[in-house]
Write a protein that binds this ligand. Structure first.
Ligand code: HDE
Length: 723
């Protein structure tokens, strides 16, 4: 059916196509017609344009990438108003082509990440050990960019799976970039880089079915692990509460490998790096982590963003363990083995400075996505150790950036550029951003005085390490053979609730494994670590008998407990920078709300009001209190502690509302403090909330603040069967 032609946008100066009515008389658009700009306007306008005008203020003109001002950003160029699009439309082609290329390959591991800018401030000089200025000039603030990540999931996966967290810090020092690319766990699954593709393949989604996403609870992972005894120490950490952190602001970070510090005189001291969160350590309980995945995929990212925006700048102390080669020779393990920690009883951690993250990136892609970390980025005064995992990493990261960022000039992307001068004779390549001047791009040369030259005094020098005795070959050192002693030390150092969580985590993960022999093989390893743990997991899985333990190359030794591996006891009892949710409804007590909010904020917490309707509720004083979130969309898992203030009628009504019942039931189940008034009693009853030190009367703000700063561990055995 022929339709009447309707005028469309024209560029300024362009004549309307023949047959199109001249501007001035606006015909009605036929039904189903694409929306066009207002032909009465002087210049073409679309909805986006109107919105921008509503925003007001001067704004830059929209141009193509060649700087041409665009007249119409709403309509493509067509041969007639209802005719085919023209290939000639370079504006459309440029826009769509750029869009088509918006995605770059995501990181094979650590794809999902969040980052922030900040600074590192040195408090204690390490001048005796290193000439690296960032560790010698006390008081100096070195800019940093820090990216946290999960390991296994893709870039669009959730923030709260059970997973190791990456903790990568780029220090923009005056002597070049130093990247400390660590994790929130101080050991790794494997001892040799040769095994990295295998462990990563095994944990990622299975290749034939493409699931599970961001989860280690599946056959291929546990198949690999159960055949790789060296992974057992890391598995203990991975199954502990360390891998279900409450916030990225409450995780530790570790450089994992031994590095070297080199003094002015070239003397070498080994160093292990530790980041310690100022807020202390804090994790979720597993059920809470699972529910967080549903409540907010971006929980950790949002938490970091909101706190930085609110001025609650996350802060970590940097600690070092320093030891000489001679001291290392006395350790009952090999410090070059990345599956071992150096217990703090052996080498204490000295705090040397602090890192503060105080600025959210301006653009996620340009900064968080394009940042390119590399353990080989070091500065004079720091050097590598022979840890074979580290040695492999020195190759991998640069190689990864070449494919991920598309060429050899990724160091010129602003987030990757050193903040000190940099110059050399490397030239050209994809996406060269610099315009080097002159004839000389080689050395030695004599044609240009200002061409860059090496500097033996200031420049980087490697440590003159003496070669080990022994023959070239593919051998695992004998000193790496003890796979169970530190795994045992870890498990036995935990507090009882943490041990129970670890055993339950193993039962959960292995219950997802379909192949019985994989489950049994894993339990066999646990016998070397702690027979009671093996028994608990076997019982949890419903195994009829304990499987045999595999042969151990070195029988496990008992080591003294290492209290530093615990989380309980290292969490700070505080509401500082934490979040309290207060559930209200029509008729809630205005004075009680005011008092509770004041007390929580005075303790450093953020308070969010939750109500059945986002518009809020009229309180007892007749005033309307708007809500920050609607009840169904703001469950209690999002908060560190909750309060429920309800009038009599609202309390009875919400006791029949499942989202409200879940609000209190899950706060109870996740061991959180709940403050309530008498109106909330029917709701607490409906949620089966019991009584303990964490359930307090809302009028006693002091008791609530004390209970809200921690978790009620004593409540847990009443709630769930722990393996
Ligand atoms: Fe990584 N790792 N890794 N890794 N890693 C990457 O580099 C690799 C290892 C870590 O926020 C990749 O840019 C190998 C240990 C973090 O951008 C890749 C080996 C530790 C990040 C790579 C290891 C880490 C990565 C993927 C064994 C803790 C994210 C994307 C030899 C000390 C950094 C990229 C960011 C990222 C390789 C082992 C930490 C493929 C070959 C041990 C925090 O190059």
């Amino acid at each position: 059916m022929a339709r009447a032609k309707t005028p469309t946008a024209t560029s300024p100066g362009q004549q309307p196509p023949s047959g199109v009515k001249a501007p001035g008389k606006k015909p009605a658009a036929p039904a189903g017609r694409r929306a066009g700009p207002d032909p009465d306007a002087d210049a073409p306008r679309g909805q986006g344009d109107e919105l921008q005008q509503q925003a007001g203020g001067p704004r830059p003109r929209l141009t193509t990438n060649q700087g041409l001002v665009v007249a119409d950003n709403q309509n493509s160029l067509t041969s007639t108003p209802r005719g085919p699009a023209l290939l000639e439309d370079f504006i459309l082609r440029e826009k769509i082509t750029h869009f088509d290329h918006e995605r770059i390959p995501e990181r094979i591991v650590h794809a999902r990440g969040s980052a922030a800018h900040g600074f590192f401030e040195l408090k204690k000089s390490l001048a005796k050990y290193t000439r690296a200025k960032l560790f010698t000039d006390v008081g100096t603030r070195t800019p940093v960019f820090t990216r946290f990540s999960t390991v296994a999931g893709g870039a669009g996966s959730v923030d709260t799976p059970r997973d190791v967290r990456g903790f990568a810090v780029k220090f923009y020092t005056v002597e070049g970039n130093f990247d400390l690319v660590g994790n929130n766990i101080p050991v790794f699954f494997i001892q040799d880089a040769m095994k990295f593709p295998d462990v990563v393949h095994s944990v990622k989604m299975e290749p034939d079915r493409a699931f599970p996403q961001a989860a280690s609870a599946h056959d291929t992972f546990w198949d690999f692990i159960s055949l790789t005894p060296e992974s057992m120490h890391m598995v203990m950490w991975q199954m502990s509460d360390r891998t279900i952190p409450r916030s990225l602001r409450t995780i530790e970070g570790f450089g994992v490998h031994s590095f070297r510090l080199l003094s002015d005189k070239g003397e070498s001291t080994f160093v292990k790096f530790h980041w310690r969160p100022k807020l202390g350590l804090q994790s979720t309980v597993w059920d809470e982590a699972l529910k967080l995945q549903a409540a907010d995929n971006d929980f950790h990212r949002r938490d970091l963003f909101e706190n930085i925006q609110a001025g609650n700048f996350p802060e970590w102390e940097l600690g070092v363990q320093l030891f000489t080669e001679a001291e290392a020779d006395t350790f009952p393990f090999d410090h070059l083995d990345p599956t071992k920690i150096i217990p703090e009883a052996l080498v204490p951690v000295q705090i040397i400075g602090r890192m503060v993250l105080d600025r959210w990136p301006d653009n996620f892609f340009a900064e968080t996505e394009q940042v390119a970390f590399c353990p080989a980025n070091i500065v004079p005064g720091i050097d590598f150790s022979n840890d074979p995992l580290l040695q492999g990493r020195l190759f991998s990261y640069l190689d990864t950036q070449l494919i991920r960022l598309g060429g050899p000039n990724f160091h010129q992307i602003p987030i990757n550029q050193p903040k000190c001068p940099f110059a050399n004779h490397q030239r050209d390549g994809h996406m060269q951003m610099q315009v080097p001047k002159g004839r000389v791009n080689y050395e030695p040369s004599s044609l240009q005085d200002d061409s860059p030259r090496a500097d033996a005094r200031a420049g980087f020098r490697s440590h003159a390490t003496l070669p080990d005795d022994g023959a070239k070959g593919r051998v695992r050192p004998e000193s790496f053979a003890d796979h169970y002693s530190q795994a045992r030390m870890f498990f036995r150092s935990l507090e009882a609730p943490e041990q129970a969580h670890l055993a339950s985590a193993l039962v959960f993960e292995l219950s997802k494994v379909e192949t019985p022999r994989v489950r049994e093989r894993t339990v066999g390893h646990l016998l070397h670590i702690d027979p009671s743990l093996a028994q608990r997991v076997a019982d949890g899985l419903g195994l009829d008998a304990l499987p045999p333990a595999p042969p151990a190359a070195v029988p496990p030794q008992d080591m003294p407990p290492a209290p530093e591996v615990r989380i309980i006891g290292r969490m700070r009892v505080t509401l500082e920078h934490r979040c309290v949710g207060i559930l209200i409804d029509e008729g809630s007590d205005a004075a009680a709300l005011k008092a509770l909010r004041k007390a929580a904020e005075a303790a450093g917490a953020t308070v969010k009001i939750v109500a059945p309707r986002l518009g809020g509720a009229v309180l007892s004083d007749g005033k309307k209190q708007p809500a920050d979130g609607q009840l169904a969309g703001m469950p209690s898992v999002l908060f560190d502690a909750v309060a429920v203030l309800l009038g009599e009628a609202a309390g009875r009504k919400l006791a029949k509302e499942s989202a409200a019942v879940d609000f209190v039931a899950f706060a109870w189940a996740h061991l959180k403090a709940i403050a309530h008034d008498s109106g909330a009693a029917p709701l607490l009853k409906a949620g089966n909330v019991g009584k303990d030190a964490g359930i307090v009367d809302a009028s006693d703000a002091k008791a609530f603040i004390a209970a809200a700063g921690t978790r009620q561990w004593a409540r847990e055995p009443k709630l769930r069967t722990l393996a």
